[in-house]
Design a protein around this ligand. Structure first.
Ligand code: SAH
Ligand code: SF4
Ligand code: F3S
Length: 440
């Protein structure tokens, strides 16, 4: 059997795309391996959101040159968001001539055909579909876990935040038909799936491209009815599109997890305007207050960019103040990275790297104690945990997540994997907690 490996970078969209690629390769008779040396095919599913992600891919591609020399039959393929960019494709074609197959985010389904074309011609095959608006429904996915699954509900983004490359790589927003989504989740549930994460760049604007009037809340309500599904999560929401109807779902839908990832990016109204985020700091805080009124224990997480062009000490202080006011459970923090082709790339007043790094550290110093404080609220409490896997470092320890998305370690046997258990929290740290299973 031929062996393959997929190296995935970037967000959950890419992770799920890799699960689809894996399913396609299974159908072609390929078998997964984690040993590069025995691979017949290596695929890099790339991310273009920051320069650092791109540099890592280029580094890896360079390293594979020697492996190709040892094994000339190895097929090397690059796909994902970086490949949706013509300028980057050109770099790959010019500098990494040992790459054999290049494809984009819209034509994963063509992979068997592309591999065949390469094998027949011996040439580098490039196949990109820049503006595909059609949604490919016939690809299944080789999901990593049987009890939790990513499900795409929409693709692309129309928001054009001035720093962001995603609208250029993933194209315009388009929603899947609700029937198809429900069908997929129903089948997953029949096969033992308990938790679904609905995926999209901006899930709250789900449905806008559909013919009938159907919103994200409508979809959540339908998913909540599916027998067997016990937990529903979604990623990502844009603060400008959080409707009262959606907020109310946290009260009415018993399966909706008490977790909301709501990227704020900055606490300064001046920066939010320059970023084209279309909400103010006050709008944002107001929405958080509404959500907490429904459930004060909802875990709120966010994304923050440090050092956007023109960010002053005062603007940055506004971000720190907002973090203290909202009290996030955790946050993904990023140093602003120039993305050619976006509006912010040509803005004046780019912030020096040294200043960005100093602010970044200050931000972490502010976030971490708050995160710990939030976790401490769960000390000695009993929480429901979906058991996910055995801990990497200790065979007797299991890992699982609370409905609020927090990672818990606890002793237990492997037959509990995929089950929901009651765990008493004995100790907490900033990012994880420890507990023991108790009778419910
Ligand atoms: N669609 C999602 C996620 C987009 S990418 C959303 O809108 O929230 C994930 C995160 O990467 C963004 O939220 C942002 O914080 C960060 N990001 C995007 N472009 C960036 C850039 N040029 N530099 C630094 N961080 C960036
Ligand atoms: Fe990028 Fe903004 Fe779209 Fe998110 S909402 S993907 S940050 S353009
Ligand atoms: Fe990266 Fe593309 Fe996701 S740019 S963050 S992999 S949508």
């Amino acid at each position: 059997m031929k062996k393959y490996m997929i190296q995935t970078y970037g967000c959950q969209m890419n992770e799920h795309d890799s699960e689809k690629i894996s399913w396609i390769l299974d159908g072609m008779g390929y078998e997964l391996t984690d040993n590069r040396e025995e691979c017949d095919l290596i695929i890099f599913n790339t991310c273009a959101v920051r320069k650092s992600a791109e540099e890592r891919v280029f580094g890896q591609l360079g390293e594979l040159k020697s492996l190709k020399r040892i094994n000339p039959n190895l097929i090397l393929s690059v796909c994902g968001c970086m490949m949706q960019r013509e300028d980057i494709r050109e770099v790959v074609l010019k500098k990494y001539k040992h790459v054999d197959v290049i494809f984009g985010t819209n034509n994963i389904h063509k992979l068997p055909q592309l591999i065949t074309r390469h094998l027949e011609s011996g040439k580098t095959i490039v196949d990109i579909n820049e503006e595909n608006r059609e949604i490919e429904e016939d690809i299944d996915a080789n999901r990593k876990y049987s009890y939790k699954a990513f499900v795409n509900i929409m693709y692309g983004c129309n928001n054009f935040c001035t720093y962001c490359i995603v609208p250029y790589t993933r194209g315009r927003e388009r929603s899947r038909e609700p029937e198809k989504i429900i069908e997929e989740i129903t089948l997953l549930a029949k096969n033992g799936c308990k938790e679904v994460t609905l995926l999209g760049q901006n899930v709250n604007s789900y449905g806008k491209s559909l013919e009938k009037k159907y919103t994200f809340s409508d979809l959540l309500k339908e998913v909540n009815e599916i027998e067997g599904i016990e937990r529903i999560r979604f990623m990502t929401s844009h603060p400008k599109d959080i409707s009262d109807d959606l907020i109310d779902c946290f009260r009415t839908l018993d399966k909706l997890c008490d977790q909301l990832h709501l990227p704020v990016q900055s606490g300064s109204n001046r920066m939010l305007k320059a970023m084209n985020r279309k909400y103010t700091r006050e709008d944002y805080i107001n929405k958080i207050e509404k959500i907490r009124k429904i459930n004060p224990d909802i875990a709120i997480t966010t994304d923050i960019i440090v050092g956007f062009p023109g960010e002053t000490d005062e603007d940055f202080q506004d971000t720190l103040d907002l973090v203290k006011e909202v009290k996030y459970d955790s946050a993904f923090t990023f140093l602003y990275s120039i993305r050619e082709g976006t509006k912010a790339a040509t803005m004046e007043d780019q912030v020096p790297e040294k200043v960005k790094h100093e602010r970044f550290q200050l931000l972490l110093d502010t976030l971490y104690p708050i995160g710990l404080e939030k976790n401490e609220r769960l000390l000695r409490k009993n929480v429901q945990v979906l058991v996910e896997e055995v801990s990497k470092n200790n065979d007797n320890i299991l890992n699982g997540r609370t409905t609020s998305g927090k990672l818990v370690h606890f002793p237990g046997s492997t037959d509990l994997i995929g089950k929901i258990v009651n765990v008493k929290i004995d100790a907490v740290k900033t990012f994880t907690m420890e507990g023991t299973i108790v009778e419910s």
